[in-house]
Design a binder for this molecule. Structure first.
Ligand code: HPA
Ligand code: ZN
Length: 343
């Protein structure tokens, strides 16, 4: 048996599972499990284009990002009330806590909901109340990042930011997600400029499927502080050099990349090379209900397929805190905790 396929030792597996980590790339709508989709559809009398949980799950065979997004937006159609957003976010935080996540920065897509007549207040206050309650119940810290849908135009993004301003205290930043190819970062230059002026953090999905030029644009026109995915940076040595020198974080999502056919198999994933080249990369789940696992399933599959060492896991966990927007004192606390676990 090659080393790449050798099972992880029980001790290493436990170390991975219990190590404190931050999750920085999770779409809350992507944490909606099929069972919850059906339960909410029933509660809200929404009809779904799938007859059962099983037939919905059978549709989770994606060819690319767009084939996933079509199903992801259909799943999100069951979210109507404050309690729905609360239940979804609380369930994610409970699960994340059980997997050693001590801090989460969570994306949400308001346009997916406001376009269906759901009020911005319902979305943000439902999510926000779940973050407060999970913080109390699990001692997990969490923040929200409002994402603009890049397949829509910039005016819609500007209007969304405006509508969200009465709830400004409930989110720490803005992001950019949805269909990447054909919707480059510079399309959203003005709305990101406005968000930055409001003191919001700026991140953007770039280089998930699209070429390195999208990553350069996210950095140079949106002033993105982190790049979400960014795996296509591997095709541009000058960009890799820039990312390593500036320690610009890439929030990598390995199971997502394999499920969306960005890489044929986990053995082909570049995260180990990125780590070895000095990039600030960490492991995240993206849309855990759709891609076959939460953060630990991602860590375990990468560790096994790429023969990661405990030192690699330590580095990934440390990068997750380094790249987070948490207060510096809390960052130092968690970095010291990771040191303690690996000592
Ligand atoms: N990429 C772009 N948009 C998304 C994703 C993703 O991986 N997940 C949810 N929305
Ligand atoms: Zn994503």
């Amino acid at each position: 048996m090659s080393s790449a396929t050798r099972a992880l030792s029980p001790e290493f597996k436990q170390l991975i599972e219990t190590c404190p980590k931050a999750e920085l790339h999770i779409h809350i709508e992507g944490s909606l499990e099929p069972e919850m989709i059906f339960a909410l559809a029933k509660r809200n009398q929404v009809s779904l284009p799938y007859a059962s949980v099983e037939s919905l799950k059978a549709a989770y065979a994606f060819e690319d990002l767009q084939s996933f997004l079509d199903i992801y937006y259909a799943g999100a159609s069951v979210l109507l009330k404050h309690q729905d957003f609360y239940d979804m976010a609380y369930a994610y935080l409970k699960k994340a806590h059980a997997q050693g996540v001590v801090h989460a920065e969570i994306f949400f897509d308001p346009q997916t909901h406001t376009a269906r007549g759901v009020a911005m207040q319902v979305v943000i206050e439902g999510l926000s109340r779940a973050l407060v309650d999970a913080g109390r119940d699990f001692k997990i810290s969490a923040n929200l990042i409002l994402c603009f849908l890049r397949h829509l135009d910039e005016d819609s993004a500007l209007q969304t930011l405006q509508e969200a301003l009465p709830y400004r205290q409930h989110f720490i930043g803005v992001g950019l997600d949805s269909s990447e190819i054909g919707h480059p970062p510079e399309k959203f230059k003005n709305v990101f400029e406005k968000a930055r002026a409001l003191g919001l953090h700026c991140v953007a999905h770039a280089g998930e499927e699209a070429p390195p030029a999208y990553i350069w644009s996210a950095l140079q026109t949106l002033y993105a502080q982190r790049i979400d995915h960014g795996v296509q940076a591997m095709k541009d040595p000058a960009l890799m050099d820039y990312l390593a020198r500036t320690r610009t974080p890439l929030t990598v999502c390995p199971l997502s990349n394999v499920r969306l056919c960005v890489f044929a198999q986990m053995e082909d994933h570049p995260i180990k090379k990125m780590l070895d080249l000095g990039l600030c990369v960490m492991i995240n789940s993206d849309d855990p209900a759709y891609f076959g696992g939460y953060i630990n399933e991602n860590y375990l599959q990468v560790a096994q397929s790429l023969s990661l060492s405990p030192a690699d896991i330590e580095q990934l966990a440390k990068c997750s805190f380094e790249a987070s927007f948490m207060p510096e004192a809390l960052k130092r606390h968690w970095l010291a905790e990771v040191d303690r676990v690996f000592a």
